[in-house]
Design a protein around this ligand. Sequence first.
Ligand code: GAL
Length: 407
Amino acid sequence: MHAKASKALALSQLFMLAEATLKPRLPDGLGLTPHMGWSSWNTGQCDAASEQYALDAANQFVELGLKDLGYEYVNIDDCWSTTARDESGNLVPDPAKWPNGIPAVIDQIHELGLKFGLYGCAGEMTCASFPGSWGHEEQDAQLLASWGVDFWKHDACFTPCTTSPNPQTCWDGSIDTKPWYGTMRDALQGVADTKAILFNICQWGRNEVWTWGADYGHSWRIESDNWGDWDSVIRIGAHAGDLAQYGGPGGFNDLDMLFVGNGVLTEAQERLHFGLWAIAKSPLVIGTDLTTIGESSLNILKNKDIIDINQDELGIPAGYFQPSNADAPVAGQLYPYWAGELSNGTVVAFAAAAGANTYSVSFADVPGLEAGTYNWKELYSGEEGSGEELSFDVAQDDIAIFRVTPA
Ligand code: GAL
């Protein structure tokens, strides 16, 4: 693309960003920055949906200094309930996993100054075949509020479908998932006076959810699962690069739970994974056992400079931009060049999924910046510099993330 055209595109993107940021979101005022926490799912799937895991995670938040950095939600995903509702139609915590019941665990977590989240499903069953909320939305919202639940993730398995051969994830491309999320949103808003509950939409990016999710929930998954491999990080990250304009305070693109500390990615890949999620203003939800996490992974999750970018009050996601000397992005590949506005500067990142390289951009090419001299700090290495352009060596699969301020 010609330099001028690329700059014009960047400016129009900025206007769209501003518009998205000012768009009315849910009236409860929750989720003004992406939520941060831990979830049982990537940690140990069904086995981790228990009291023990929840309390361990909460205690580790305090112990490891994660709470002080903003990690707050301890979220239990699928498989926490029994396989049937009780005679009143209420969901029942599995007594083997919750020997003291869920409210007692929530009290302990609240006493630590933390929050507790649960998972459910828009369909008749959850993805792992536990009872779903279909037809029980108001009843479930009342139960959650009575327990003091702070967060609800609403999945999309076993919903009505006519043509798909797979009832678990049934999808023929034409189903409108919006009404399912509207019903649960209204049920949760109906109990908001008793208990404000952060609402996470999980329908894997169907119906271009990013274009309407902000009116329905506080965050929405943009893709199918992060399966914990490098391909997932590339697939989800590459998609997020194009969706920056849709996130803003009160409603964020959810790139899915993290796989940092699970022994599947290299250290460089974990840096890129966490860094991209953070600058794209995704919720940052740890998905590993915090009682055994390794030091280098923990250090990545505890990078305060990068967390500060994720939690910046403007809530503007970084997205792709094309420098005048670079080729255009290719669909499905992770483009190296990212930028986004911050309340006190600009974030610029070089993501080296395509190979080790010396990446260079002139600040004049960065959306929102004029030609001129800027100071920069790279937030993983701490390296600092100043100049009219930014040039940095990035190793294969690694990322460099800069906070840029006028000199
Ligand atoms: C999937 C969802 C995952 C996890 C899982 C539980 O549909 O995308 O994040 O919640 O269900 O069964």
